[in-house]
Design a protein around this ligand. Structure first.
Ligand SMILES: Nc1ncnc2c1ncn2[C@@H]1O[C@H](COP(=O)(O)OP(=O)(O)O)[C@@H](O)[C@H]1O
Ligand SMILES: [Mg+2]
Length: 237
C-alpha cells in the first residue's frame, strides 16, 4: 500500500516531530532567515523523495538559474546532480523567459501557476518545492500578496501534490512571516537561528501541520556535508 505520508528522509523530523511525515497533498511553508537552511532542507525533501521513496519530484528555484542551482546543490552533496525521469529542476532562467513571453499576466504568481500547469501536463510530480517564494514579493503589490498566495495554495491543492514553499522569517518575532503567508498553507516549519554565548545555534520547530498529531518541540539542528542533521537533545543548546 502506498504511504499516506511524505517523509523528508531525515530523523527525527519524520517520525518524531511530524509523527510519520507530511500528510500527502499538504502545502507546507518552511520559514527562516537567510542561511537558515531552507534551500538545503527543501532540496533534501526532493532528493530523498526520488532516491529513497521513489516519488517524482520537481524543484523550482526562484533564487538562481538552473545551472547555478545545480552547481550549488552538487557542491553541497559532493556529487553531480542530474535530472532524470523522476527529477526535474526549473530555475529563474526558465521562469523569466516565461514571464517575458506572457507580459499580460496580472502577477508573477499567476505566471508561476500557468507555468506549473504547463509542466504538470507533461511531468506530474508527487513532490514539489518552490524555493524561495519571497523573491517574487517585490514584484507584487504588497496588499495583493496574501490574495496571490491563496491563489497559489488553491491551485496546488487541486493538483494533490505534496508541496514545500520556502519563505523569509519576519524580522520582528511578533509574527512569523512578513505577509502572513503562513495563513495560506497546511503546515509551517520554522528554522530558527539564535545567538548563544557559545555561538550561533539552530533549531527546528513544527508550528502547525494539518492531518497529523505533530510534536511542538524545538530541536537543535546543524548543517553538515550530508545536509540537515537534527538532534533529539544536544548538550549546551
Ligand atoms: N557542506 C556544508 N556544510 C556545512 N554547512 C553548509 C554546507 N553547505 C552549506 N552550508 C551552510 O548552509 C547555509 C545555507 O543554507 P541554505 O539552505 O542555502 O540557506 P537559506 O536557503 O535558508 O538561505 C549556510 O549557513 C552555509 O554555511
Ligand atoms: Mg535559499
Amino acid at each position: 500500500m502506498k504511504s499516506m505520508r511524505a517523509k523528508f528522509g531525515i530523523e527525527p523530523l519524520d517520525d518524531v516531530l511530524l509523527n510519520g511525515g507530511i500528510p500527502k497533498g499538504n502545502i507546507v511553508l518552511i520559514v527562516g532567515q537567510e542561511t537558515a537552511g531552507k534551500t538545503i532542507l527543501s532540496w533534501q525533501f526532493v532528493y530523498n523523495g526520488v532516491k529513497k521513496f521513489r516519488e517524482k519530484s520537481l524543484f523550482v528555484s526562484l533564487e538562481g538559474r538552473k545551472k547555478e542551482i545545480i552547481e550549488y546543490l552538487s557542491s553541497f552533496y559532493n556529487r553531480r546532480i542530474s535530472e532524470s525521469k523522476s527529477l526535474q529542476i526549473i530555475g529563474t532562467d526558465k521562469i523569466n523567459e516565461f514571464l517575458l513571453k506572457n507580459d499580460m499576466l496580472s502577477s508573477p504568481i499567476e505566471g508561476l501557476i500557468i507555468l506549473l500547469n504547463e509542466v504538470f501536463s507533461k511531468f506530474k510530480p508527487d513532490r514539489l518545492v518552490i524555493d524561495d517564494i519571497y523573491f517574487l514579493f517585490p514584484l507584487i503589490e504588497k496588499t495583493s500578496i496574501q490574495k496571490e498566495m491563496f491563489r497559489l495554495y488553491l491551485f496546488l491543492k487541486s493538483k494533490e501534490i505534496t508541496t514545500i514553499i520556502t519563505t523569509m522569517r519576519y524580522w520582528d518575532r511578533s509574527r512569523l512571516t512578513m505577509f502572513c503567508e503562513d495563513n495560506c498553507c497546511d503546515g509551517t516549519i520554522e528554522l530558527e537561528m539564535a545567538e548563544r554565548s557559545i555561538g550561533l545555534r539552530r533549531y527546528i520547530l513544527v508550528h502547525k501541520m494539518r492531518g497529523t498529531a505533530h510534536l511542538r518541540k524545538k530541536m537543535p539542528y546543524e548543517i553538515a556535508d550530508g545536509g540537515i542533521m537534527i538532534y533529539y537533545d544536544k548538550e549546551m543548546y
